[in-house]
Design a protein around this ligand. Structure first.
Ligand code: ZN
Length: 346
């Protein structure tokens, strides 16, 4: 992950989405429909990618992401590009055991006949010399975000998706992506499935990659259904206790977790010792902007349990639902907080 002028210590990254420009999609909502179409949409997405790169760099982010500017949703946009999925036949399903959403339906054998994000990644690669990180949904989160009328087995479908994700990841890597991230918020909900086949399908998705691999597990976007769920989780959120020991022994290089503003006990990251940790030092569930000192405090706390050369300061989750100026101010706080701790470490 050494390209451009990336600092060796505490390189910063965002987890996933950034707010989209209002001319591209309605701001401050998830799954927001496009405001453009045809060639205008293609050009609009590329302009949004250019802006996302420039804003990340201007606000001190070292590992650059696409900010999910070319996708409507972090899971369904990928699924909709696959064979065997009817995206006009939408069904309402319960997602992460928490909220209902209209999702596409699997109606036949799934397959990937063409790349999904590879062109976008190639375009992004041309915009910056810094390392690139690209996020894909994880297999378990994919099957939890669709209706399945064909396989009728969550595990079987997850294995199919793992193969497809691996093909896409290898092409993203060839397009110049340095870090491949798999989003698996489902690992914080379905512990039995995670143990039985979730980790194994994730490893299959990451198989044979030279790029560093990340798994992102969070408590979700700052939307009402998630905020209500969090209120039921008690004074300490210990869900990571289920996944971290398994991930510590897995082939995945980096674990991305939610921390600042959450009730996750910091000592849980000790369970990951030896792995790199992408630590959420920015709360995405509030418009209140962290101070650099608050970010630094969170990072210092984390450094009691993770080696400094393995810590990647980051956001808790995606920032799509935030106002744009808030999201950018949070990026500045993140990089300024990381700089404070970097200076302390000489
Ligand atoms: Zn997340």
């Amino acid at each position: 992950m050494t390209r451009g002028e990336t600092p060796a210590l505490l390189p910063t990254a965002i987890v996933g989405s950034l707010p989209k420009p209002s001319w591209l999609a309605k701001p401050e909502v998830l799954w927001s429909p496009w405001e453009l179409d045809g060639d205008g949409l293609v050009e609009g997405k590329q302009d949004a990618l250019r802006i996302a790169v420039q804003e990340q760099q201007r606000h001190g982010i070292d590992i650059i992401s696409d900010g999910e500017q070319t996708r409507q949703h972090f899971v369904t946009t990928f699924i909709e590009h696959l064979d065997g999925v009817d995206f006009e036949r939408r069904e309402t399903v319960r997602i992460r055991d928490r909220y209902d959403a209209s999702v596409p339906t699997v109606v036949g054998a799934v397959g990937r006949t063409k790349p999904v994000f590879v062109e976008d990644a190639r375009f992004l690669r041309q915009q910056t010399d810094r390392p690139l990180k690209w996020a894909l949904p994880g297999p378990m989160t994919m099957i939890d975000t669709l209706a399945d009328r064909h396989y009728r087995s969550r595990e079987r479908l997850a294995w199919e998706f793992a193969v497809i994700l691996n093909e896409e990841a290898k092409e993203l890597e060839a397009a110049g992506v340095d870090v491949i991230q798999f989003d698996e918020p489902a690992f914080n909900v379905f512990f039995d499935e995670m143990r039985d086949w979730g980790i194994a399908t994730l490893e299959r998705a990451a198989e044979g990659l030279r790029a560093e691999t990340v798994v992102h597990i969070c408590y979700g976007y700052g939307i009402e259904a998630n905020t209500r769920w969090k209120q039921t989780l008690g004074s300490e959120w210990r869900q990571y206790e289920e996944s971290f020991p398994l991930l510590q022994r897995s082939a995945i290089d980096i674990v991305s977790l939610e921390s600042h503003g959450s009730r996750v006990p910091m000592e849980l990251i000790e369970l990951l010792r030896g792995k790199k940790v992408m630590l959420g030092a920015i709360d995405v569930a509030t418009d209140e902007v962290e101070t650099p000192e608050e970010v630094a405090g969170t990072l210092r706390d984390a450094l009691r349990y993770v080696d400094a050369d393995k810590l990647i300061p980051s956001t808790n989750c995606g920032m799509a639902p935030l106002p744009r100026d808030v999201a950018l101010a949070k990026l500045s706080a993140l990089s300024a907080g990381a700089a404070i701790v970097r200076d302390e470490r000489g």
